[in-house]
Design a protein around this ligand. Sequence first.
Ligand code: MOS
Length: 740
Amino acid sequence: MSEPIVGKGIDRVDGRLKVTGKATYAAEVAVANVAHGVIVGSAISRGRISTVDIKAAQQAPGVLAVLTHDNAPKLPGAHKKAVGQERILQFLQDDVILYSDQPIALVIADTIENAQYAAGLVAPTYDANDKPVADLDAASATAYTPKSLGPRGEVNSTRGNFDKGFAAATFKIDATYTTPVENHHPMELHSTTAVWQGEDVVTLYDATQGIFSVRTRIAELFDIPPVKVRVISHYVGGGFGSKGTPWSHIALAAMGAKVLGRAVNVTVTRPQMFSLVGHRPKTVQTIQLGADRQGKLTAIKHAVISETSRFDEFVEPAASQTRMLYSCPNVITSHALVRIDIPTPTFQRAPGESTGTYALESAMDELAYATAIDPLELRIRNHATQDEQERKPFSSKSLLECYRRGAAAFGWAKRNPKPRSTRDGKALIGLGMATATYPARQLPSSAVARMTPDGMLLVMAGTQDIGTGTYTIMTQIAADALAMPIDRVRFELGDTEFPETPTSGGSTTASSTGSAVKVTCLALRKNLVDLAIGDTASPLHGIPATSITFDQGALVSGGKRDNYGDIVKRSGAPEIGAEIKTQPTEDHKKYSMHSFGATFAEVRVDEDLGQIRVARLVAAYGAGKILNAKTGRSQFLGGIVWAIGMTLQEHTVRDPRTARVITRGLDDYHVPVNADVPDITVIAVDEVDPYVNELGAKGIGEIGITGMNAAIANAVFHATGKRIRDLPITLDKLTSEERA
Ligand code: MOS
């Protein structure tokens, strides 16, 4: 029998293509006669466009078209749906300005240089009487409760009696934590090339996490059937949520191409990434914790306020984990929004849990000091053995094992509990820890599998590989389902001509499309078995199906083999296939499904300068089956490194007078680079979950950024005795604020 390849840390099947530059990203797809569109953004954040003078731009070299709200075609589906049903976007349809850098013109030229030059010649005038609001603090009195938290359950939750539980508590924490605006900066900019084949057929080469949602949106906007829209996305250079829903540039590329009758590429510039593709909203999170003398939680309240745009809603569901992370009888959570003059926020890696665990796990750390109980011990005392909000058992939970393994690897037991107690010369050394968590979801998906006469397995699903390793793990899953050598398996994705799959978001691709691939390949296997045992020419003719095993691309029984390729050949069919649509298991209703982890951080803080260096990080996760040890580790590491940036660096700054983003490039929007990243130990705890899905995999794209931010922040407190409750923790805050 062949050894399973799922779980093995094999190299990415697309790795060679990527490192040799042969993997073609959206903007690189060679499309004949492509013209280049550049989006011109508004210079004001609130008001109206009075006039747009485009004469000079039109006359500039190479310019093919200049579209503004004066001359752009009206899109039939531009304002079709209500708030909450689809993202509200701006496509040059009117003169209203809702945020800075909103598209007000699309300049298309023969070359990108000519388009960029002409874009600078577009001369708008504005009517901007209303002063914009740039920060939710300035409008917090207008906070309101949104109608929906999307897939994250109810907007507000209550169990037990918080007031009673809080009043009875021996120890109380009441603290407010804020997280700033953060922008997505995948290496690959958002980019779309649109090619119309006649009046109502269009192909889009797009950098996206969701080819089918792009198809749906473009079909609606242009009022054409979805089957006439083809979206192709073979490689994506990072998504992180900003590529999770279609934004205005996609439709503008399609609009430009339609007007010109020529292929048009629109690539969002790095500065435009701060305004045209969403952002993580600022949050203000107030947490109240009550605990008895033994540190057992008696009450938790987690109230989240986050910013949204004037015209649409996005809620950062930062309190959702607080409903189930700890055992506590009295829990209130709430989410409120404040409308200000900004573009609509969106999902950013672990939307909710990243910001929410920072706040909750910081508060737990504060409670640990208040009760004089070790932070790890405090969490163990409040461990939840079931989901107390949903009143359901967990499908699996290895958190206690994660605490043990992580603490042992980190050497937590040697920590001196006293803040400012450990130093090395001028460096104050701090150790902090926190709990990580992320839901394990599954969505409907589908795949098709085909066996060819030469014994090659071809599997296709529409899905995307946003850098997570989808090509690789799907190849592994398919290979194991049919006991095939990996080099005889080919997995293709990123094309709406393939079976429909969900958006790659919410860490759901492995669970959803992985299950579809597995089930589909098992169905193909059954078809091959049925063909063989029914075929008098097969060595396995008439043998009971149950006695057949699978090995190296063949059916095997009692020393006899029938190669898959031979079965197909004898059938006379060009290939044998199977196509299946899978649904989440029924168990998703019976069980609460989450990954959990324990994160540990060591920081060194320069006592004079306030400079913080992360010295060491350890994380242990129970996230079900890890499908590929190498790409899996890479996913954990990516989240953990991001947690460093989130805690210490990332911060989009808006000018309070104009609501315009000031940090407009990677020069002043800081993210961790090599020198910021220390030794990181990642432990994947063996966890068998028979309920989550066919694969037992919970999804690992996002949990890495949860918890670790608080672990680092808690380490900074332990080092310095200063509690900074406002991310990022920068040296100016450390050196200027009074010690907590
Ligand atoms: Mo992720 S924020 O679900 O792309």
